[in-house]
Design a protein around this ligand. Structure first.
Ligand code: CA
Length: 415
């Protein structure tokens, strides 16, 4: 497929991608959009001009919206048809390619738009599905001989997170304050977190509302998933280690999570399917699945200090996940928990086997015992004020590249 839009061969936003997002155009007008190369395309205007006519089930004004929720609720038959139609329109020789006025009205350079939070998120759940991450944390905090708790290989462990503080890439985050109990103290202290961390994750977004009592099987799950984003689950390790017993993470996690602005559809990721790690012991029937349910997505984390360049500190891959998205959604709903359009389900920190693939500072510096040195000479155990953390992700195979762009967030001093 060759597009009439020029873009670099290493662009995440090739003709094979066609992601969806929401942008402010020219500082006043908000609409649902897609992206090809470095051009952001206003879908509300493209729809008004009649280029998306004839798609059954496509509702008028669905692109004149502040979020993708109404669009993605139309379901796969409609959203997939829209994506395919846009892809055809972007091809060389298409009706659109010869229409200079429509191109001028619908296509915007990146610096002419501001990306917004792509969906309204009613509910957010965070899983803990990387065996390497769970093993590393188990070794550090509990017992190297029994790093994984007995339930871990039988169910995708998760907890309910906070939806209100999920923000789009570029949003600055204030260092959280809270209670911490230093190892040598006999009572807790209050103050700014001293062990601020990122967690390299991806999240999927659900396209439907279900009834309480209803479940989504592993076979049905992918039809209920609109697409994915990069997800940085900022974490305050010192607050977490004091507060988490016995109910799990609370204020150590709910002060902010950052997502990439472009939602990449599962259809775009189709060529990058790959087998999951073998699950042993065998899982219960409701967690069994057919086919390849993992995706080969390269992931990278950079840290940029205030006075210095970006340093790549981690390279990982989404394919390492022990539990896949279909299993996560099946498990989440097996008890009859209802899901809602726009819900976000994060993977949990995605670590690989080697030390350079660990998806958090906690693991990269082994709880601060092995600090690393940045290119400007500064040392890091955890994240300092004014550091920016940037996560990137892309899939590439046989000359086809589909990527997520980035999720970036700067840490400001505590308020
Ligand atoms: Ca997490």
């Amino acid at each position: 497929m060759i597009s009439f839009v020029d873009y670099n061969e290493n662009s995440d936003f090739s003709i094979h991608n066609i992601p969806f997002g929401v942008a402010v155009f020219n500082k006043e007008y908000i609409a649902v959009c897609t992206r090809i190369g470095n051009m952001v395309v206003d879908l509300a205007t493209l729809y008004d001009y009649g280029f998306l006519d004839g798609i059954e089930g496509l509702v008028e004004n669905v692109f004149e919206a502040y979020t993708l929720n109404e669009f993605i609720e139309l379901g796969k038959p409609v959203t997939t048809a829209v994506r395919t139609k846009i892809q055809e329109l972007f091809l060389e020789g298409s009706l659109l390619s010869n229409d200079e006025k429509s191109i001028a009205d619908c296509f915007f350079e990146l610096d002419q738009v501001k990306m917004l939070m792509p969906v309204h998120v009613p509910n957010y759940t965070d899983f803990y599905s990387s065996i390497e991450h769970a093993t590393n944390v188990g070794i550090m905090f509990r017992d190297p001989a029994n790093a994984l708790l007995p339930n871990w290989k039988h169910l995708p462990v998760g907890y309910h997170g906070r939806a209100s503080s999920i923000v789009v890439s570029g949003t600055e985050i204030h260092r959280p304050k809270g209670q911490m109990k230093p190892a040598d103290a006999d009572k807790p202290v209050f103050g700014p977190c001293k062990q601020l961390d990122f967690e390299l994750e991806m999240a999927f977004i659900v396209n439907r509302n279900t009834e309480m009592g209803e479940s989504i099987s592993t076979a049905e799950a992918e039809d209920a998933i609109f697409g994915m984003v990069l997800f940085n689950d900022w974490s305050a390790r010192d607050i977490q280690s004091w507060e988490y017993v016995p109910l799990g993470p609370f204020l150590a996690k709910n002060f902010g999570s950052s997502v990439s602005p472009w939602v990449v559809t599962l259809e775009a990721l189709e060529p990058f399917r790959t087998a999951s790690p073998k699950q042993d012991p065998e899982v219960l029937d409701y967690l069994k699945f057919d086919g390849d349910k993992n995706f080969d997505i390269n992931l990278e984390v950079s840290l940029k200090p205030e006075n210095g360049d970006e340093n790549v500190i981690c390279n990982s891959n989404f394919k390492y996940m022990y539990w896949n998205m279909a299993q996560q959604l099946a498990h989440h709903t097996v008890n009859g928990c209802n899901v809602e359009v726009g819900d976000m389900y994060a993977s949990g920190t995605i670590s690989g086997k080697d030390e350079q693939s660990y998806g958090s500072m906690l693991e990269l510096t082994w709880r601060g015992t092995k600090p690393f040195t940045l290119s400007n000479g500064e040392e890091r155990k955890f994240i300092k004020d004014n550091d920016t953390v940037i996560m990137r992700g892309y899939a590439q195979k046989d000359g086809v590249r589909v990527g997520f762009g980035e999720v970036s967030g700067k840490i400001l001093p505590a308020k």
